[in-house]
Design a protein around this ligand. Sequence first.
Ligand SMILES: Cc1cc2nc3c(=O)[nH]c(=O)nc-3n(C[C@H](O)[C@H](O)[C@H](O)COP(=O)(O)OP(=O)(O)OC[C@H]3O[C@@H](n4cnc5c(N)ncnc54)[C@H](O)[C@@H]3O)c2cc1C
Length: 394
Amino acid sequence: MKQLNVMIAGAGLGGLVAAASLLRRGHKVRIFEQAARLGEVGAGVQQSANSAKVLYSLGLRDALERVSVKPQSYEFRRYDTGELMHAIPFAAAHERAHGAPYYHIHRADLHSMLVDCVLALDPNCITLNARVTGFTETDQQVSVNLADGSSVSGDLLIGADGIRSAIRAQIVGETSVNYTGYVAWRLTVPRERLPVDIMDIVGQVWCGPKNHCVLYWLRGGEIFNFVGCPERQAWEDESWTQSRPWEELKADYAGWHPKIQAILDAVDRDQCYRWALNNRAPVRNWSTARTTLLGDAAHPTLPFLAQGACIAIEDGAVLARALEGSANVRDALALYQRNRVDRTARVVNESTEHGGLYHIVDADEMRAAFHQRNIAKERAEWLYNYDPLTVPLG
Ligand SMILES: Cc1cc2nc3c(=O)[nH]c(=O)nc-3n(C[C@H](O)[C@H](O)[C@H](O)COP(=O)(O)OP(=O)(O)OC[C@H]3O[C@@H](n4cnc5c(N)ncnc54)[C@H](O)[C@@H]3O)c2cc1C
């Protein structure tokens, strides 16, 4: 298709990948980001081969290798005894099977390499302090409306404005938000504060009654990342930056293995963040003739498969390919959506389901459930093997 004027709401991981993919194909791109400065929260994010391949295609392989950790495997352990119930081989096995490694990376590092990538392609691409409130569309063009009362017109608008997307609200309508009953703690701890034998270069999910936590290393093993997901009845804020009393964190993990206690005892007590995990049912139509969604704006998902950012990144790559192969924007958006709806809904639904598996109360029942499901095999067969750069679009 001819060169398009593309507008993107949101400079998160998804919006930046879409921007870079489109700039590299010769389109003009402007991102409108509500924040006053670019950045990400101080936590980790896991990237499997299905998204790493897209990052490679943007020239980010060396940058990824420099700042990330490549875990040997992903271990699922019982919360009190530490018994290994299941493992997914990563490192060479993941790369051999799926064409790229599995990475653990600091969100700020991934975000800043994507910002650098976009700005190298167009230094004026990103406008900060630009909150998008909605859009107006005709057959010929789409205008994005900004909070300062101005509007900007172009050929295509992409809503990559996250879980509370203003663009989604206009396309899909206000979808009800269901509190899942899960909250998420996020913490990081410098390596030197932890016992030397705390954990190899692996990822671990410790699973217990109505609670689990995910552990992995960041920045070459300098920083330890902890995400804890206990069940809690009361609804809480969805913000990522809400700090909570350390004593509540300790209480949530009372009775857990001494290694978990050692991690919680080493954290800065005023740096324990907790927020609510909400669910929205997947929708099947997130596009109009000239406007579409990607990432959390299109398909917010629980973090239990560690795939929300991966599928946001996949979206950007597939959308760029759909535009390339179509005669006009309407056809391209239909092609993009048609090819993303089932896969992303599966990620959303299976993520929700995995919460149940990780939280089984009885030890024997949990052991049997892991054995029976064999999630290493499952994920290899449908999740990690997807290649957004080559999957046939039909
Ligand atoms: C605890 C936890 C752990 C996770 N772990 C993983 C993991 O290991 N691997 C993984 O792949 N995923 C993980 N995820 C999911 C992942 O974080 C998200 O799916 C991903 O960040 C979505 O990216 P996005 O670009 O769609 O949205 P966001 O990252 O939310 O970016 C949206 C951007 O839009 C901006 N914005 C919002 N509204 C407006 C507006 N009105 N106007 C202009 N700008 C706006 C925001 O400021 C932001 O910059 C995890 C999530 C949680 C909660």
